[in-house]
Design a protein around this ligand. Structure first.
Ligand code: ZN
Length: 268
């Protein structure tokens, strides 16, 4: 599943090809995504200039002169740039033909992604918490939000109303690095430990973005779809294997239906 680092890398990869170009044609081949593609956007978008491409949480925003597209990659979505003569692949649902000859192509086999148009701010962005890499996000912020909360800390940091973009992998890894048990109640964790946790979330996400930027991929490569990058992970997907710090076998539990892997001796 594309996580925040993949989305950030996608934005960085496609942005230079999109900015200041004009949409010549928008082709919707399959409007039935997670939510139906806004009706009539083919006509609305035609001739509009792309002013910016940005990311908010795991959404990609393509800002045009009179509104914006809000794109989510869902479970299996990707964006790539091809040319007019490249062959379409199965599950290439949307194509945006640009005045510079590039064609931004949205590919999504499972169709949990979305591609929505709005003239104004998108309602889906309204209740989102701060970006984890922004200065608004800190240990102090987390600690304040956690007062009286009984939810497990892992669910707390994965709640997009608290902070966006901390997916299951990153929550597992950040809690391990911070020595905090995933099931510990959010309200019972000290200020100091939240400072460590916030810092680790930032470090883990930044390094994933950096890795994506260097190892990833050519967005103008028509052959493959951009692969999601593999990271070196300490706990996620390593249940039963030895802890990288103490060699004890890692334990796995389910929290809010999500796999949570931790070390019983390194995390408390
Ligand atoms: Zn350990």
């Amino acid at each position: 599943m594309p996580e925040l680092p993949e989305v950030e890398t996608t934005v960085a990869g496609i942005k230079p090809y999109l900015i200041d170009t004009m949409i010549e044609r928008l082709v919707i081949r399959q409007p039935q995504l997670r939510w139906p593609v806004t009706q009539g956007i083919e006509d609305t978008a035609k001739g509009l200039k792309i002013e910016n491409v940005s990311r908010r949480a795991k959404y990609i925003l393509i800002s045009l002169t009179t509104g914006s597209f809000l794109i989510h990659l869902g479970m299996s979505g990707s964006l790539r740039l091809i040319t007019n003569t490249d062959l379409l692949k199965k599950h290439d649902h949307i194509q945006m033909h640009l005045s510079n000859g590039h064609v931004l192509t949205f590919h999504d086999p499972r169709r949990f992604g979305c591609w929505l148009w709005s003239k104004y701010d998108h309602a889906l962005l309204e209740k989102l918490g701060p970006e984890p890499l922004s200065s608004n996000f800190s240990g102090e912020y987390l600690w304040n939000k956690a007062r009286k909360r009984k939810a497990p800390v892992k669910s707390f940091i994965m709640d997009s109303r608290i902070v966006v973009g901390v997916g299951n992998i990153y929550a597992n890894e950040a809690l391990f690095e911070s020595g905090i048990k995933p099931q510990r109640r959010a309200g019972k964790i000290s200020f100091k430990r939240y400072e460590v946790l916030a810092e680790n979330i930032k470090v883990i996400l930044s390094s994933a973005i950096e890795q994506g930027g260097t190892t990833l991929r050519d967005f103008t490569n028509s052959k493959g779809e951009p692969g999601y990058f593999e990271q070196s992970l300490s706990v996620y997907g390593r249940a039963g294997k030895a802890c990288v710090k103490c060699n004890q076998p890692l334990k796995e539990i389910r929290l809010a239906q999500r796999s949570s892997v931790f070390c019983r001796s390194c995390q408390s």
